[in-house]
Ligand binder design. Sequence first.
Ligand code: MOS
Length: 732
Amino acid sequence: MKFETPAQTNPIDRLKVVGQAHDRIDGPLKTSGLATYAYEHHREVPNVAYGYVVGSAVGKGRIKSLGLDEARRAPGVVTIVTAQDAGPLGKGDRNTAKLLGGPEVDHYHQAVAVVVAETFEQARAAAALVRVDYERGDGRFDLDELLKTAPLTGGDSQEGSGSSPEHRVGKFEEAFGAAPVKLDQRYTTPDQSHAMMEPHATIAAWQGDELTLWTSNQMIAWNKADMAKTLGIPKEKVRLISPYVGGGFGGKLFLRADALMAALAARAAKRPVKLALQRPLMANNTTHRPATRQRVRIGATKDGTITAIAHESGSGDLENGGPETAVNQTELLYAGANRLTSMRLAVLDLPEGNAMRAPGEAPGMMALEIAIDEMAEQLGMDPIAFRIKNDTQVDPKTPTRKFSERNLIRCMQEGAERFGWDKRRAKPAQVRDGRWLVGMGVAAAFRNHVSRPSGARVRLGRDGVVTVESDMTDIGTGSYTIMAQTAAEMMGLPLDKVVVKLGDSSFPASAGSGGQWGAANATSGVYAACVKLREAVAQRLGFNAADVAFEDGQVRSGNRALPLTQAAQDGELLGEDRIEFGKLGKTFQQSTFGAHFVEVGVDAYTGVTRVRRMLAVCAAGRILNPQTARSQVIGAMTMGVGGALMEELAVDTRFGFFVNHDLAGYEVPVHADIPHQEVIFLDEADATANPLKAKGVGELGLCGVGAAVANAIYNATGVRVRDYPITLEKHL
Ligand code: MOS
């Protein structure tokens, strides 16, 4: 089904099942431990051996010699695979560095060997006996130094949203120079790690020349292709199975070393191999969100009209990598006739930088939305009023291009009322609660909407149960549930008459989980498949497909009604289709908007920040399930608190690695760090987006949170920190 014109009224609009709060249908399996994650497919794959990955001990260099004899003799060892004996390997389209290093090493903890043994403990013990002699090379590890000479570089955020190296509208420098009120500030965000609960893990099994991978992955179709390419085998010979994923945050968008090393190990061992990347390996072996150095300049008239706005960002990545697209939102979020956005990319020999939840916008908004707060203060304006004054309903670089839906102002206003914004003192450091200095902060939320083709198959069985099949993944987000809701609505059934099967590359390829596009696109694929199934049902029952309604388990046409089950009496009926998108996404600027409100207390004696209250207001098209959507947003808000106050991969610029590479050293919020959170969804439906009229919230919920916390800290203390994370010593 090609989606080319704005959606008309369709069966989804009844909102009997879609749009209703519902527990996750996979919840009981997960809470009872019955959901099988990648490492847990014991029943499907007997006789597994265990793999343990050896990571490079140098950041940049060359392996001089490998001593494997002692490890080979260790108890239980089955085999050891290194680049020497792995055979020729290609590289997936989406991998920057090789997943198996040697003799050249590209980054610290790049896999250089996998040791396979009868038990995990034996594999681990033997891995410790692998001797690698390195010749250390001259690595480039210091971002600040390298950015001094780094060129302008455009980028794909790996998820497909392209950005040019430099973008200009009007004459920024002139307008900025002439502006009566100006801001010119620099902001920094650190490298961050996805730090998901479930590590990257894979079981690999070969049957002849066919490879099956039970793996933890967000994008099944991408990585089926990339695995085939890496191994140099036909795509048809690779199957990925990933029914449950214990978090990804972008870290599992791509093929990583767990999958490749398991595949190579299983081939060498001639039996299935399972392995999980060891937690201390993950931060340096896999990808991370790159650090940014950002400069924001804003010029305005005295009444608060922005006349000039510039956002420049620098980041680093391995050779042939891409920039963190932190300036994207600044092209679209506020009005202003004269504009400049640009990105610089330094080549670094640190581990690969790549997408982490809301790549681009998440760190970009951390800077821009402090700058807006600072500018409002200079102008003597309330920061909400300043944002409202500079709202735009069109793309500022292409004024003929309207936003499909843009309700930033309503998010701000409804949030302000709900949060009690009128009680905020404009002057900082005015409110004291015992030893706590108390302040409020606000930031806009913004994230683009991305349409991607998505396929699904639906079957109506003789038992009247509809089964949905798609390679879509559920990374803890609720895909199972909203896809079931979609099929239930389309077929006029209650939710318990729908079964959803996901995460298998033998099912139709979906949009996958990434870029907050999963919910809207995957359900649209189910919609398209259900349209086909409805046609098949109508035909089987002898009804006119153009005039048929599916409701309460009945199929109605004119004054005739038959039970849906009757259609499948003589055999299962099938509908399969793929939603594809025409030009609407270019004709209209499709984005999601929100407002984040935060109240913090800062300990007047120690500088410790505690978040006291949080509110998010989101406008993101139709909300398919307010309960799973709320979970996405509160999870994102929590991540935003982590980004504001705690998260940072510390770079050792001498040896080139992330020092705090485990969950003890890489701090993320725990329950005790997070107060009660509130989420409001505006009643919006974006007919230009897809038949569901939905967009996404999974990343919107993060964008802006960091700045809202930073702005609240400033309001509490009068100390402006522009360097994340805002740890207590930075208040001094
Ligand atoms: Mo997201 S960073 O596309 O999983």
